[in-house]
Design a protein around this ligand. Structure first.
Ligand SMILES: NC(=O)c1ccc[n+]([C@@H]2O[C@H](COP(=O)([O-])OP(=O)(O)OC[C@H]3O[C@@H](n4cnc5c(N)ncnc54)[C@H](O)[C@@H]3O)[C@@H](O)[C@H]2O)c1
Length: 346
């Protein structure tokens, strides 16, 4: 079967997925892209030699599976339409501007029985896979503290150049929802279940409803505490950058970037310092497969199997975000979060 793919939205992340699809092995065809900004859709169509379709309905009619790559407030409506049409759906993160809408999207795809996947792509990032493996090595001992810094320039400029990220109605909120949904997901995926959060936010750019600074303190069920600092500044030389330090009882493990490292481990038994090819070799030695998440989605659509990460994973991240915002709105009080659901590893 050749999987027929339709794409809604012709912006930054649509371009990224089309590049990932181009390197996927599973037979597929991009049958069309649509964007109400027709000039943008036409430009992308010309550049990648892809058909541009006149409406959302035309995309749903032509495709077996749909990528929802629009600004966030449009995700729920488009996912509902795709599910109602029986189409598999890959939706970008955040699923929605709030937790209630994210939950109802999960209900929609479940009720329709369609394959679903979310763009929490950092679970497949090589440095994150190695970090997780090192943290869970018994010789590292228990996690004691995590220092997570995520910063980038305010993404209404530079490569993102998107006015909607400064519009609460379309973006929902600022750096914590739009960017650090990845980080909250990673904290649980790398370390373990979170039981409570405390959060403070600031709005130094004075954009209504769009926080540009958030600090989260998260407590893990298995012991240990993390701090996450998420900042949107104006340093154009700093696009999306993450640095994670995990202090375990017997090892200090650091990821200097989320993609190809370096990932470093310091412990009395000897040090590791791995980046690029060396990091790839270490993953292979540990039996950790590198995965193209878009190829994983195609395979799940073709075979009718479960795609990962699915909307359940995104809803859990939205639960954590919701607790963070409630904490921030209450001046930084600790908020308990519901127990994390059990997850099957892909
Ligand atoms: N997974 C990641 O790491 C990652 C990275 C960047 C963006 N994103 C997410 O992807 C989404 C899009 O972000 P972007 O950077 O591509 O934004 P963008 O501004 O570059 O593109 C969004 C496009 O959606 C179009 N659009 C709006 N309503 C539409 C509709 N009903 N049908 C079709 N197109 C429509 C807009 O005209 C615009 O061209 C956001 O939810 C964002 O949070 C995820």
């Amino acid at each position: 079967m050749t999987v027929r793919i339709g794409v809604l939205g012709a912006g930054f992340i649509a371009r990224y997925h089309l590049a990932m699809l181009a390197s996927a092995r599973t037979p597929h065809e991009v049958v069309g892209i649509h964007d109400p900004d027709d000039a943008k859709a036409q430009a992308l169509g010309r550049e990648l030699d892809l058909p541009v379709l006149p409406s959302e309905e035309a995309v749903l009619d032509a495709a077996d599976a749909v990528y929802v790559c629009t600004w966030t407030s449009e995700h729920p409506r488009l996912v509902a339409a795709a599910a109602a049409a029986g189409r598999a759906v890959f939706c970008e993160k955040p699923l929605a501007v709030d937790l209630a809408a994210a939950r109802s999207m999960l209900a929609d795809v479940r009720a329709a029985g369609v394959v679903h996947q979310v763009g929490l792509v950092l679970r497949d990032a090589p440095a994150m896979r190695l970090l997780r493996s090192l943290v869970h090595e018994p010789s590292s001992g228990p996690v004691m503290g995590v220092v997570f810094r995520d910063d980038q320039y305010l993404p209404v400029q530079g490569v993102y150049a998107s006015d909607w990220r400064a519009d609460k109605a379309r973006a929902g909120a600022g750096t914590l929802l739009e960017h650090s949904i990845h980080d909250l997901d990673l904290l649980e995926w790398v370390i373990g279940p979170i039981t409570s959060v405390t959060c403070r936010t600031e709005h130094q750019h004075a954009i209504d409803g769009i926080e540009d600074m958030a600090v989260v303190l998260a407590t893990f069920a298995g012991g240990g505490v993390a701090t996450l600092t998420s900042v949107w500044h104006d340093i154009l030389a700093r696009p999306s950058l993450r640095r994670i330090e995990v202090l375990c009882r017997d090892a200090m493990i650091t990821a200097e970037s989320d993609l190809w490292g370096p990932v470093r481990r310091q412990r009395d038994a000897g040090d590791l310092d791995l980046a690029d090819d060396a990091l790839r070799d270490e993953l292979a030695a540990r039996g950790l497969r590198l995965r193209n998440p878009d190829d994983g989605f195609l395979r799940a659509v073709r075979d009718g199997t479960v795609a990962a990460p699915g909307f359940e994973v995104a809803v859990r991240a939205h639960e954590l975000l919701d607790a963070c915002y409630r904490s921030a709105h209450a001046g930084g009080v600790p908020i308990d979060v519901p127990p994390a659901p059990d997850e099957e590893e892909p």
